[in-house]
Design a protein around this ligand. Sequence first.
Ligand code: NAD
Length: 585
Amino acid sequence: MKKFFNRVAAKFRAQVDKWLPSNDQCEPRGYVLMDAEQTNKSTAFTREERDEKGLRGLLPHKISTQDEQRDRALENLRRKTSPIEKYIDLSNLQDRNERLFYYTALSNIEEVMPLIYTPTVGEACEKFSHIFRKPRGMYITPDDKGKVREMLDNWPHDDVRVIVITDGERILGLGDLGANGMGIPIGKLALYTVCGGIDPAQCMPVMFDIGTNNEKLRNDPLYLGYPQERVRGKAYDALMQEFVEAVQEKFPKAVIQFEDFKTENAFRLLNQYRDKVTCFNDDIQGTAAVALAGVLASGRITGQDFKDQRIMFLGAGSAATGIADLMVKELQEKGLSEEEARKRISLVDSKGLVTKGRAKIEDNKKPFAQDHAPASLLEAINDLKPTVLIGATGVANTFTKEVVEAMSAINDRPVIFALSNPTSHAECTAQQAYEWSKGKAIFASGSPFDAVEYNGQTFKAGQGNNAYIFPGLGLGVVLSESEKVTDNMFLAAAKALAAQVTDEDLKTGTLYPPLSKIRDVSAKIATAVIVQAGDDNVFGVPQPPNCEEYVKKHMYNPSYDAGTPAPESKPAAKPQPKPAPGTAP
Ligand code: NAD
């Protein structure tokens, strides 16, 4: 009986929804208009708008341009002295005036990106429940079982195309941060808009808050999450399934990005859903594409073809084995058999080299187990002579002086990536990599490092930031309305990214294009992904004739006047000198 009434009620609600204007169609006025982040222009409302929209008298006299507003926002931002204060300042701007937030970020990507994403987002997640101002995104807890589809109706936008979901169990290299991990989906989706030009109204951050095993958090009276131990097993899977099914019904064109799940769940969820719905895991697949692009670009310095590389990983989790899997695919494309390709790739985890003789080997590591006696990292380097060493452990100082020296003794130009985030968890610093290799290392990191002076030369480490891949990839998937996200799309994205690295970039030692060019890079990646969607026959909308132009035309423009082009990104401003004591900032 109850079921029958629920069904009738749902039908009635659907009918009423059709008659009512959707949330996206309501026209706010006055303070309501200025409180709505999507429509607020604050001091930039024109005289006519002020009269029409009930704003006369509610704003100071001057009509600001968006450039003036951006300069004011930057002045306020630069007055803050710590990254976390800057993060809060930018979040407040995003909550007040979305277009100005994106306008400011887009015109100053190199300055703003490390503040809205890594490395600052790590600290922001740790302090999430303490710095919380305004809710953003959706929270799903075990108490919501059976209600998830209904909850999606509460979301204020009707055409969601990109969802980033985490369960907060492995936030960057910081471990289980529970619901505090919501900073990650929020930050990643901001980058989807800044770097990939996805409309923020089409983005939905989701916290799959099934508890936390971080006791310190659970005992924190200000902790905002579900204050129980993590739900595991069938109950976890059933709630996730309910969410995925609800998304298919409510937002059928959305791509789901799984983010910062612990390795076992990360692989399990990806394998469960990758052939059923449009989804991917950025830690596994996005990282893979960005690392592969870096190694491909490094070949232009070392003169080494990718098929001749020997690659060793320290760490054997989502990131490392994701990269390893994609590299196998690329080696196979280069003509190697799968077996030959796998022999080129070795994993070293906390127990040493992953070998066939181990008593227990996890599924994701098994294909890379070497026919070799147990060995430490140093012994493995000396025996297997890798050309490329990639760290994805989440543990600082694991690339010691001896490790970097061993890589430099074997290779003229050793390729060394310390991918762990945030900066404090990097396997070694840029300074150490250049100093210990005597300037020979081709180095990239996960979080940004300042340029390093060594022996009269300036080295600029590339940041193997996933933001080079997922926004462009997501844009390509969204515009092609692909039913699946294929491995070939990640290969196509990696190659498109590597092709954007100029000889000038390589001369300074950096393996990635400057972030200030990220929109162009993302447009090229999206184009490659759309073409690949056609080749893989997974597209929902056929490839348009002038694909790159089409992609650029569909990128979100945060200018108030849609006729004005989106702002170009300036290189990062030089650090401001500190004001003398006693002077006003
Ligand atoms: P994970 O927990 O799945 O894997 C970590 C792996 O490191 C595990 O295999 C673990 O056994 C191993 N490990 C831990 N301590 C070790 C030690 N002392 N020596 C050797 N191995 C050790 O985590 P993940 O998702 O693979 O991420 C790992 C790190 O990579 C994180 O810091 C994350 O922020 C970073 N990451 C960077 C990028 C990027 O820069 N683009 C992308 C994704 C992840």
